[in-house]
Design a protein around this ligand. Structure first.
Ligand code: ZN
Length: 294
């Protein structure tokens, strides 16, 4: 029998495709002259529990949530319990990812600051995931930067154009952040559950910006341990996404992104790993970045 070592709480990330290793070296050079260069760190770690949770194959589709209004509201109900990490393939060749990350030292205010600060320079986006993030810009930078407006006024209806690697696949996407109620969440239930910030919306391809290729949910609330972030992603032609304008272009967007039956399961795993890496890394650097630059 092998000797048993004490399980460490955190594990170094061990899987970066060569294209991501190369991107990390490029990004490191890109930030050298920036005032935040000292916050660019290639030391990516995730909780060992999260690493192990993603090592045993997909969840059963029936244990996952769909992007229907009923399931969105189930996500925020008190009696909904599910593992913190998971991935699956759902109806309509839909990649599904779920995650929950607690970010010590991060608050609603800090979370909102991040989503209004980082898209103003491509290089800021690389801090979040140095091996995978290439560029992020916003349609109206002056509105995003306008501190006289609310977070919602700055971000919603002001799409982010993102280039990033998920696994070794480079994505060019257009994220339309919007109010959670526009996606189908009941605002009363959101408030009752204590959610105070959201970075959620519909995602299209760079060449088909209005296509509904994906729904992305990031809901956050303050807890004694730090900001609790609940995330869900659905990429694909799930029937429940057909309620949104732009779903008539779903297939165009997916085709342009190279998304197909052969890769859907691998894409779900890669996205689950990407999410876990980026949000645990953000948790580490965000309180420091906020203290220095906010
Ligand atoms: Zn990312």
């Amino acid at each position: 029998m092998l000797p048993i070592r004490e399980m460490a709480a955190w594990s170094a990330a061990s899987y970066f495709p060569p294209v991501a290793q190369k991107q990390a070296a490029i990004n490191k050079q890109r930030v050298v002259a920036k005032p935040y260069a000292g916050y660019f760190s290639l030391d990516m770690e995730i909780p060992t529990s999260a690493a192990r949770a993603l090592q045993h194959g997909p969840m059963k589709a029936e244990e996952a949530l769909t992007p229907s209004e009923a399931d969105l509201n189930r996500l925020i109900s008190e009696d909904y319990h599910t593992p913190d990490q998971g991935y699956a393939v759902l109806e309509g060749l839909t990649t599904y990812v779920q995650s929950r990350v607690v970010m010590p030292g991060v608050t609603t205010e800090v979370f909102r600051w991040w989503f209004t600060w980082h898209p103003l320079e491509h290089e800021r986006y690389t801090l979040w995931f140095p091996h995978a993030h290439i560029a992020n810009s916003v349609a109206d930078p002056s509105r995003l930067a306008d501190t006289s407006l609310t977070y919602e006024e700055r971000l919603y209806g002001n799409p982010n154009r993102v280039r990033e690697l998920v696994g070794s696949n480079e994505l060019d996407i257009n994220i339309r952040f919007m109010a959670p109620e526009e996606l189908g969440f009941d605002p009363k239930r959101l408030a009752a559950a204590g959610f105070t910030a959201s970075a959620s919306g519909l995602v299209g391809h760079g060449d088909h910006p209005d296509a509904v290729m994906s729904m992305m949910v990031h809901l956050a609330r303050d807890t004694n341990a730090g900001l609790e972030l609940i995330s869900r992603y659905w990429i694909g032609g799930h029937p429940a996404l057909r309620r949104f304008p732009g779903s008539e272009h779903t297939l165009d967007g997916l085709k342009a992104a190279g998304f197909n039956e052969a890769i859907v399961l691998g894409a779900a795993y890669e996205l689950a790993l990407h999410d876990t890496l980026e949000f645990n890394h953000l948790a580490k650097i965000l309180p420091l970045l906020h203290a220095r630059f906010a």
